[in-house]
Design a protein around this ligand. Structure first.
Ligand code: NAP
Ligand code: MG
Length: 403
């Protein structure tokens, strides 16, 4: 059999622990037999990040800017325990944070739907994709614990020294204060990434804030989205038969629960943090969630939404059998290969990506799955076969060869 050729390299970012093991198996079983894999490899495993003073992470992000598409394995974000465990020179920053800062992206997360893993919300027939603004607001805040009576003010000092000053509150006793910000640039990037992604995936876009209460802060988000939509996207949305819909965040939450799905829900940073956990768990499992970072310039980085599955990795190191779900990692590869195929007009590669996803879903629907899914499936228990980490991937290969 001739293997599929790739014109442009795909940026490959390897990672840590259990997902690093899945990564290798996926390549050996599901990719290399079929594709003459052309990747530019970056080892983001914690050991090599430490060895290169994290330069490898920066290099991998720059390579993504150069080539346009990357696929990333889950990586450890070091904390104090990891610094000790890996004898790190420094507590290196989150690779995702570093990559996001360089690509200036928005994160889109969508559940992978299979028959037999039913969403808790029974009217959700199609996936709901969550788009989270990944900059500013409460994630870059400044806080004060107010010790007692006094006046709190919000002050902005321009470069020429002129000031804007607003009273926040006249405290008569102890209390709390919080200051936060966002920038027009970042909100514009967020808006463009959302509109482009909606066009790309031909889905309606919903956006919501609390602009009735936050008349300047949230209202600016609403205005920027509206402006960019009218100026750059309205006509293309019409041509594609999709819609942009703005509402209040509480109204959006109520509508989402009654909706059928099949749209993108753009959220401010905090709303996206909270709502993506709600949406993903209601759809079944974090291991069935894809994640893609899209930059306003149209650069794509695909990954799984979950972490390195540390607990399973330690079991693996003890020589115990694991049943770790590789679906989100397989879909990170298929997503990236499809996008690479689209950009290079490589029909074989696109077809392969479709087939890989179809085979993965068909394998689960036939009752072969990892333990996490076996625990929640509605498939008749007598028809369910729980597979270990490797055997599930091998089963997907058998399905693929039989299609
Ligand atoms: P995690 O890797 O997402 O796993 C948490 C738990 O969720 C697991 O112990 C497992 O539950 C379940 N789970 C997650 N993915 C699974 C899968 N594919 N198959 C089966 N079960 C799965 O989070 P963590 O253990 O808290 O974090 C481990 C490391 O990942 C941390 O160092 C963190 O920094 C990193 N992390 C990286 C990313 C990223 O690179 N995008 C994201 C998040 C976290 P059971 O134990 O009940 O089986
Ligand atoms: Mg969260």
């Amino acid at each position: 059999m001739t293997r599929i050729k790739m014109l442009t390299p795909l940026v490959e970012m390897d990672g840590d622990e259990m997902t690093r093991i899945l990564w290798k198996t996926i390549k050996e079983e599901l990719l290399l037999p079929y594709i003459d894999l052309n990747t530019e490899y970056y080892d983001l495993g914690l050991e090599y990040r430490n060895e290169t003073n994290d330069q490898v992470t920066v290099d991998s992000a720059n390579a993504t800017l150069k080539y346009g598409v990357a696929v990333k394995c889950a990586t450890i974000t070091p904390n104090a325990a990891r610094v000790k465990e890996y004898n790190l020179k420094e507590m290196w920053k989150s690779p995702n944070g570093t990559i996001r800062a360089i690509l200036d992206g928005t994160v889109f997360r969508a559940p992978i739907i299979v028959k037999g893993i039913e969403p808790c919300v029974k009217n959700w027939e199609k996936p709901i994709t969550l788009a989270r603004h990944a900059y500013g607001d409460v994630y870059k805040n400044t806080e004060i614990k107010v010790p007692g009576a006094g006046k709190a003010e919000l002050v902005f000092t321009a470069e020429d020294g002129t000031q804007i000053r607003e009273v926040i509150h006249q405290f008569s006793g102890k209390g709390i204060l919080q200051g936060m910000h966002n920038t027009d640039d970042s909100i514009e990037s967020f808006a463009k990434a959302c509109f482009n992604y909606a066009l790309d995936t031909k889905q309606d876009l919903w956006f919501a804030t609390k602009d009735t209460i936050s008349k300047k802060y949230d209202h600016t988000f609403k205005d920027i989205f509206e402006e960019i939509y009218e100026k750059e996207f309205a006509r293309r949305f019409e041509e594609s038969g999709i819609e942009y819909f703005y509402t209040l965040i509480d109204d959006a939450v109520a509508r989402v629960m009654k909706a059928k799905g099949g749209f993108i829900w753009a959220c401010k940073n905090y709303d996206g943090d909270v709502m993506s956990d709600m949406v993903s768990s209601a759809f079944g499992s974090l291991a069935m969630m894809t994640s893609v970072l899209v930059s306003p310039s149209g650069v794509y980085e695909y990954e799984a939404a979950h972490g390195t599955v540390q607990r399973h990795y330690y079991q693996h190191l003890e020589g115990k059998e694991t049943s770790t779900n590789s679906v989100a990692t397989i879909f990170a590869w298929s997503g990236a290969l499809r996008k690479r195929g689209e950009l290079d007009q490589n029909a074989d590669l696109i077809q392969f990506a479709d087939k890989l996803e179809k085979s993965t879903i068909a394998t689960i629907e036939s009752g072969k799955m990892t333990k996490d899914l076996a625990l929640i499936t509605s498939i008749d228990k007598t028809k369910v076969k729980v597979l270990n980490s490797k055997d599930f991937i091998v089963a997907v290969r058998h399905t693929m060869d039989s299609l």
